[in-house]
Design a protein around this ligand. Structure first.
Ligand code: G6P
Length: 608
């Protein structure tokens, strides 16, 4: 949450900062700001405003602010409303700061240092700036060390001191900062997306270390003042994959990329028709020595976990819990050394998921994570990692990350079933063969996307919509409903359709839009009965149904009908997900909304 950038080098800092903030904007886009440091003769100049980076660009037009050193921030508001004053950077005395995270004890600090009358914003960040200023007596390290000892919560703080032109300092706890030194200069950022235009080499600033960057390079020190050696890594992000590629929105591009993303994710992980994680260095014991599985994740990643749960239970007859990461540790979960905890996360930075993972590890669990961003915090914290090879996902609404998470889960289930002998070799070959067919099946759905566009028009003006299905169809709809509500702002609820009659059916009236998914043989008849129940109360139903389960002779009065190409039932989640992603996308686009950056949301959530 919140995007941070810092730059010192031969180039004009303003341009580099603004471009980087645009790339980081998916972390938050309530307000944006930069601070430029152009030497002793000029004070640090702060330019900031509520709104998008594009608004900040306009604000910067005509401003003479020059300099080759600066810091920038794009905000997702936590403390204080969305307004110019609360935008970062914040200045207090000698100190200019940008911050990602939450300073939980900001109120106590305000009282302790008698700051109330001197603050100009409602943010916790300005309090941190004031505490830094309080401790600053000309020694940045001493001030930073003393300040972080006082802070409770999570933070990535990037700091400039008025009397230290051309130098940027950074320190963090939990919230991420990556950094690099390359031909174009020294840079730090919340994530590599902002750096990879310049270099593919970067390192993660370790927690509670101070990073110092100036014209002669960068240095890293631990809290006792000992110099530390940055551990450089290579990013495998292809920067060209982080642009819109001719599509109006990243979301459409990312939906269209799914067949290739799935191919990349499964290729190299199948040997002689059997999934094999040797390339990932994941040992088989992790799958054979566990007695139960707990999946921790948030949002879309959690929905992928629900599909994983259904698969593991049916193919392995093993107990699986799927938990919202934010709830997990507060429910006193039963975890021991026979538990395999699986953390699923696109960004690998979601703090709730990270904390849940740490908690499970402390209780003795072994851990595996399914992550998209290489080297992310959750990946580093896990015993083992299986990366999804979706490439950069920029749209806030997750699409290709979700389906590649599913692909990894299918591979994992088949590997486990092979090792534990719960499926025969023939069954595993069939299962893996079906997974290999997913990209082609998705392509067939994508080629008929204009049919789905037509259905979108029917729900464009709806205030509420319901999504109904059972079993795996319900899991798919939980994700489909999240997609629709987050980007179209239509209130949408996914319901297990057998449960409707216990209350929710009271909300179905003439023309209420209902979206139904029917792809599971064992549930087909019951799902169709539930659909009839809402139709007879006036609902206007759009049906997504597995091709071979659709009978032309049956009912005709659908608001829309889309047949999903046949796959084994347990794989129908793949074509159905793509169809529901397209539905949400077209509704949002036709409503003229900012599809990639829905209001109030952020792609990377690093606050609890
Ligand atoms: C945010 C995003 C969602 C995402 C969730 C979990 O809320 O807007 O799209 O599913 O975080 O993110 P993760 O990076 O852990 O998958």
């Amino acid at each position: 949450m919140c995007g941070i950038i810092g730059y010192i080098g031969p180039k004009e800092a303003k341009d580099i900062l603004l471009d980087a903030l645009e790339l980081l904007e998916y972390r938050g886009y309530d307000s944006a700001g930069i601070a430029l440091n152009s030497g002793f003769e000029n004070p640090i100049e702060v330019l900031k405003c509520a709104g998008r980076v594009s608004d900040l660009r306009k604000r910067c037009e005509g401003d003479k602010g020059k300099g080759n050193c600066g810091i920038g921030h794009t905000r997702w508001a936590t403390h204080g409303g969305v307004c110019d004053e609360n935008a970062h950077p914040h200045q207090f005395g000698n100190v200019t700061v940008v911050h990602n995270g939450i300073i939980e004890n900001y109120k106590e600090l305000m009282e302790h240092y008698h700051l109330a009358g001197d603050l100009t914003s409602q943010t916790d960040t300005e309090v941190a700036a004031a505490v830094l200023n309080h401790f600053y007596q000309g020694d940045p390290y001493a001030a930073i060390r003393k300040t972080v000892l006082k802070l409770k919560g999570t933070f990535a703080l990037v700091i400039m001191f008025e009397d230290r032109p051309g130098t940027i300092y950074a320190v963090r706890n939990v919230s991420p900062i990556v950094a690099t030194c390359c031909e174009e200069g020294c840079m730090l950022a919340s994530d590599v997306t902002a750096l990879c235009r310049f270099t593919n080499s970067y390192f993660v600033v370790p927690e509670f270390h101070v990073l110092e960057m100036n014209e002669s390079g960068l240095k890293l020190y631990d809290m006792s003042g000992e110099e530390a050696i940055p551990q450089y890594m290579t990013v495998d992000w292809d920067v060209s994959r982080a642009d819109k590629g001719g599509y109006p929105f990243y979301m459409e591009k990312e939906i269209m990329e799914q067949p290739d993303a799935i191919r990349r994710t499964i290729e190299g992980r199948i040997v002689n028709g059997i999934p094999d994680f040797s390339v990932d260095g994941v040992p088989d014991e992790i799958f054979t020595e566990c007695e139960r599985v707990i999946v921790v994740a948030c949002g879309t990643a959690m929905h992928a976990g629900l599909v994983g749960q259904a698969l593991i239970q049916s193919k392995l007859r093993m107990h699986v819990d799927v938990e919202y990461a934010s709830e997990f540790m507060y429910a006193d979960p039963v975890v021991d050394d026979k538990t395999l905890v699986i953390a699923i996360s696109q960004s690998g930075e979601t703090i709730d998921t990270l904390e849940a993972l740490k908690y499970a590890k402390k209780q003795g669990a072994r851990s595996l994570s399914i992550i998209n961003v290489r080297g992310a915090s959750i990946a580093r914290e896990s015993d083992y990692v299986l990366y999804t090879l979706a490439g950069p996902e920029i749209a806030v609404a997750s699409t290709k990350a979700y389906t590649t998470q599913l692909a990894v889960l299918y591979l994992m289930v088949a590997r486990m079933a092979y090792l534990r002998g719960t499926m025969s070799i023939e069954e595993i070959h069939e299962f893996v063969g079906e997974l290999a067919r997913v990209p082609k099946v998705m392509e067939s759905v994508l080629s008929r996307r204009q049919d789905i566009h037509k259905f979108a028009r029917a729900i464009l003006n709806a205030k509420d919509a319901f999504m109904i299905g059972r079993g795996l169809d319900y899991s798919i709809l939980l994700e489909g409903s999240l997609k629709l509500k987050e980007i179209s702002y239509i209130h949408t609820e996914a319901y297990a359709s057998g449960e409707l009659k216990h209350g929710t059916i009271a909300l179905i009236t003439e023309n209420t839009p209902v979206i139904a998914v029917v792809t599971q043989k064992k549930l087909h008849d019951k799902e169709m009965s539930n659909i009839r129940e809402v139709k007879s109360r006036g609902a206007s139903v759009t049906l997504f149904i597995k091709e071979s389960y659709f009978s032309q002779e049956g009912e005709q009065d659908w608001s829309g009908i889309f047949t999903l190409p046949d796959m084994l039932d347990e794989f129908m989640v793949m074509p159905a997900s793509v169809a529901l992603q397209l539905l949400a996308y077209y509704v949002s686009m036709d409503k003229g909304l900012d599809v990639d950056k829905p209001r109030n949301l952020a792609k990377v959530v690093t606050v609890e």
